[in-house]
Design a protein around this ligand. Structure first.
Ligand code: FAD
Length: 466
């Protein structure tokens, strides 16, 4: 029987990063993945394919709607070749997952294909292609998550679909009904409205992106409305029914009236649930809580001391970079180091255009915690760089402690915010004040100048360009 210092179950961004860091630190490491390709949700059916389609559909939108403004005339009709677009997405996925195989080899990590399930706290049975039993001194559970559903919806995966199917449709829907105005629903909703589908977003709460700063929700809602999407807030979906190629969704509005929506596709994007099916956690004494998450302490250790769990299958934000941080954290803990993760500084990003990104506390949270704060906000429209490229929607908002000026939260919507948020994370990691940010140089002309200007606005209203 093969024996390892560490066995990682699941090869998503949590699992494969944990395995690499364990190997770097000199531990004999193996990884078990039930699918033939490595990379988990993120690389196969999540972050990477969705960004590939967002990029392709963005190019299409630019070509059809904005090239002419730049003096670029394209003779004839511009058409979408969806098969080719989906094919390109798959090529990006294949290249990226192939890269993980390379990294496993490079780091001498043994890869087993099959479902890993505990026999006891140091033995794992693998069922599938590489069926066998292996011994693990320590195990890291990184089994991730699956799309959630509402109990009364029957997903047929053809017309009533999850994000996984939405990434490989064979036609552009005529009318896509998106249930859930969260990150995944909005990103995929934007892909398909750009490609020509009518899109209706039905959200139970009174705004899209309900966990983010309300100002960001409002601004992105405007963008979707401008694109003629039907944004139905405060609607509680009651039923989803398929009749032939038609999907009928009924939802109750605030007045208690039942409203009917008819489309040809319904994307159910109501969140994700932790996935531990087939793991046989009980055999190792690993507790799963009533939310389906693997229960962990502050060291990400489960109820069994030599077994750890990370990523989407434990508490906290379901994000690839959070899973990666946790993977490194556990590897370094096993090596006797004392790593640290500041969960307050894990940024959240929505890759629509304009992009939405945030880190730290929202105004809503600061108010709830009775923390006095100042606000500095700056619109992208006032930046030369934004006008030059035509990306004028959005703003940067900095929240700083009223007394100490320490930056407590940064919320932004606009071009390239997914990348710009890294500056805010860095500043907050080093506990910068708004004045600190306002005093270092930002290249001109860049979108990043909005961060400096927002910091100037937060410190005695000193923004220069509004
Ligand atoms: P996963 O990536 O889910 O990987 C778990 C792996 O474990 C899977 O490969 C699974 O097959 C395997 N597994 C499970 N059980 C077993 C078993 N018993 N034996 C063997 N293998 C097993 N996050 C971002 O940060 N940015 C984004 O832009 C982003 N976009 C997304 C877009 C979409 C459409 C979706 C669905 C998700 C997106 N996410 C994004 C979320 C991100 O994909 C997850 O947070 C991330 O993949 C979690 O990583 P993980 O390692 O915990 O689990």
């Amino acid at each position: 029987m093969k024996s390892y210092d560490v066995v990682v179950i699941g090869s998503g961004p949590g699992g494969y990063v944990a395995a690499i860091r364990c190997a770097q630190l000199g531990m004999k490491t193996a990884i078990i993945e039930k699918y033939p390709t490595l990379g988990g949700t993120c690389l196969n059916v999540g972050c990477i394919p969705s960004k590939a389609l967002l990029s392709s559909s963005h190019h299409y939108e630019e070509a059809t709607k904005h090239f002419a403004d730049h003096g670029i005339d394209i003779p004839g009709d511009i058409k979408v070749n969806l098969e080719k677009m989906i094919g390109r997405k798959q090529a990006v996925v294949d290249q990226t997952t192939g890269g993980i195989n390379f990294l496993m080899k490079k780091n001498n990590i043994d890869v087993f294909e099959g479902v890993g399930s505990f026999k006891d706290k140091t033995h794992i049975a693998i069922e599938g292609k590489d069926a066998q039993e292996i011994e693990a001194k320590n195990t890291i559970i990184a089994t991730g998550s699956k799309p959630s559903n509402l109990p009364f919806i029957e997903l047929d995966k053809e017309r009533i679909i999850t994000s996984t199917e939405a990434l490989k449709l064979k036609e552009v829907p005529k009318h896509m009904i998106v249930i859930g105005g969260g990150v995944i629903g909005l990103e995929l909703g934007q892909v398909y409205y750009r490609l020509g589908a009518e899109v209706t977003v039905i959200e139970y709460m009174d705004r899209i992106l309900p966990t983010m700063d309300a100002g960001l929700s409002k601004e992105l809602n405007k963008v979707f409305k401008k694109a003629k999407c039907n944004m139905m807030m405060s609607h509680k979906v009651q039923s989803v029914e398929r009749k032939g190629d038609e999907v009928i969704v009924k939802a109750e509005n605030k007045k208690g009236e039942v409203v009917e929506f008819k489309g040809d596709y319904c994307l159910v994007s109501v969140g994700r649930r932790p996935f531990t099916d087939g793991l046989n956690a009980e055999a190792a004494g690993v507790k799963i809580n009533d939310r389906g998450q693997v229960e962990v302490n502050e060291h990400l250790q489960t109820s069994t001391s030599n077994i750890y769990a990370i990523g989407d299958c434990v508490r906290g934000a379901m994000l690839a970079h959070k899973a990666e941080e946790e993977g490194v954290f556990v590897a370094e803990t096993l090596a006797g180091q004392k790593p640290h993760i500041d969960y307050n500084l894990i940024p959240g990003v929505v890759y629509t255009w304009p992009e939405v990104a945030a880190v730290g506390k929202t105004e809503e949270e600061l108010k709830a915690d009775n923390i006095e704060y100042k606000v500095g906000q700056f619109p992208f429209r006032a930046l030369g760089r934004a006008r030059a490229s035509g990306d004028i929607d959005g703003f940067v908002k900095i929240l700083a402690d009223k007394t100490t000026d320490e930056v407590l939260g940064v919320h932004m919507i606009g071009a390239r915010c997914a990348d710009l948020i890294a500056e805010a994370v860095t500043a907050m990691e080093f506990r910068a004040s708004a004045e600190d940010i306002s005093r270092y140089s930002h290249a001109h002309p860049t979108f990043a100048e909005a961060i400096k200007e927002a910091a100037l606005a937060a410190t005695d209203d000193r923004a220069l360009h509004v």
